[in-house]
Write a protein that binds this ligand. Structure first.
Ligand code: 4AD
Ligand code: MG
Length: 430
């Protein structure tokens, strides 16, 4: 019977067939240990010379790394193996003997691995990280659907900027100008006025000249937007969502977390509610920690975020940033005009900001004022202003960066490993 590695537990002591690639091979005299992978997982196949035909033994001897074949064998329970199973090989049918594979299980430099990203994806480490990414996406759809959100897809080609004009990717749109989306937020606000609670999941683009372990040029964002939801209520939804995602990965990606040596005790503590600290308090905390350079009114950099996160073992919300350093659409605190009703969620262990969100301005006149203060004159915004004319309501939303979240949960140092084909400042190949 043809099956997959992920399904072997259903076939203990039965003979099965799986289409596989050879990840690695060890021989000791009359036994060969084949590390097999089929995309769903990894399993060890054992070929014993005295128990297979001479032809099968010959074929097993010829296999090079990444050779493809159908393996036939009997599933055995094996408590020493990470997956809990092993395959006693009875026969194999070769599809292709692979050419000399450039990535051997030994160490390679990062640039070499990035040049070979199309092949590097096959490694057990990349497999584990990208399966965790998949679980986060699955849990996201589940969470928001359960909470009554509907998924709405904002456009990728847009006529204006959502998050600021300096890092826009420009393209031609026939005889007009267009930009790649930096955020679907403005469209999601329109959608929230039509459907109440909505979320999007899609690629976003920032032509940022940042070369850090947290920045991608193309990254994926989850953007919920909610009508009749105020700032504090939005924070509760954010902490419940992040808790659900972390607990889902703990539950459904045990093998992957183990393959990555992730310290899961740190993840087990991630349960709502999360601590909240105002920007004012964060500045004080930084001064206490010896950051003499930071002044009220300045934005935080990665070292500041890391220092603040160190004081907590859960993600921490930094709220009420100065109006001057945040986007034009954020609603000022009614009790204090110099700060806005916003929050960044900072992940523990130095992984930085994973969510940026806020309550949005719902008053037309105020939005128009803020709009001209930011020197935004783009007529493409007219439709956005119009949302405040026809039944404007308090509403809030946020954006979670998928790759930074994958990096944190999987314990991966650099975001380049958390997306199949990363676009970085100096890289668009492969
Ligand atoms: O804080 P940002 O810029 O917020 C927005 O775009 C809002 N319009 C979202 C909203 O309210 N709907 O981006 C949101 C998140 C960040 O917290 C971060 O996790 C991620 O997107 N992010 C990046 N991830 C990787 N590479 C980059 N260059 C990123 N820029 C932002
Ligand atoms: Mg932000």
């Amino acid at each position: 019977m043809k099956t997959t590695i992920s399904q072997v537990s259903r076939h203990v002591e039965q003979e099965i067939t799986i289409g596989v690639w050879l990840a690695n091979k060890r021989s000791s005299g009359k036994i060969k240990f084949l590390q097999l992978r089929d995309g769903t997982g990894f399993i060890q196949g054992v070929v014993v010379k005295s128990e297979v035909s001479e032809e099968a033994w010959e074929k097993a001897s010829e296999l090079t790394q990444e050779s493809s074949f159908y393996v036939k064998g009997i599933v055995r329970e094996d408590h020493r193996s990470p997956s809990g199973f092993e395959l006693t090989v009875t026969d194999l049918t070769v599809l292709q003997i692979a050419s000399d594979y450039p990535i051997t299980p030994k160490e390679h430099g990062t640039e070499f691995l990035m040049d070979n990203r199309h092949l590097w994806l096959r490694s057990s480490r990349q497999h584990a990280i990208l399966r965790i990414r998949n679980e986060i996406i699955r849990a996201t759809y589940h969470f928001f659907n359960e909470q009554g959100f509907i998924k709405v897809d904002p456009p990728i080609l847009t006529g204006s900027s959502a998050e600021g004009t300096t890092d826009l990717f420009h393209t031609k749109y026939f005889d007009r100008d267009a930009y790649l989306s930096q955020s679907g937020q403005l469209y999601m606000e329109a959608a929230a006025m039509a459907f109440g609670k909505v979320f999007s999941f899609g690629p976003t683009f920032r032509a940022e000249k940042s070369k850090t372990r947290r920045h991608l040029i193309e990254f994926w964002m989850i953007e919920p937007e909610m009508a009749f939801i105020e700032h504090e209520e939005s924070l509760v939804i954010q902490e419940q969502y992040v808790t659900y995602v972390v607990q889902s990965v703990l539950e459904n990606c045990k093998l992957e977390l183990k393959a990555l040596d992730r310290d899961t005790t740190k993840l087990e503590m991630i349960k709502a509610p999360f601590p909240r600290i105002t920007y004012d308090k964060a500045v004080e905390l930084l001064k206490e920690k010896g950051f003499d350079d930071i002044e009220w009114g300045e934005d935080f950099g990665a070292p500041h975020e890391t220092a603040i996160a160190e004081s907590f073992d859960k993600p921490v919300f930094i709220t009420h940033y100065p109006t001057a350093i945040k986007s034009f659409y954020m609603k000022p605190d009614p009790e204090r005009e110099d700060v806005v009703l916003c929050a960044d969620l900072i992940a523990p262990e130095g992984y930085g900001e994973i969510i940026g969100g806020s309550q949005r301005i719902d008053d037309l006149q105020l939005l128009e004022e803020r709009y001209s203060e930011h020197k935004l004159t783009d007529p493409a915004y007219e439709w956005y202003l119009e949302l405040r004319k026809y039944g404007s309501v308090p509403h809030s939303g946020f954006g979670l960066g998928l790759e930074r979240t994958v990096a944190w949960i999987s314990g991966t140092e650099h975001v380049r490993e958390t997306i199949p084909f990363p676009r970085l400042l100096n890289r668009i190949y492969p």
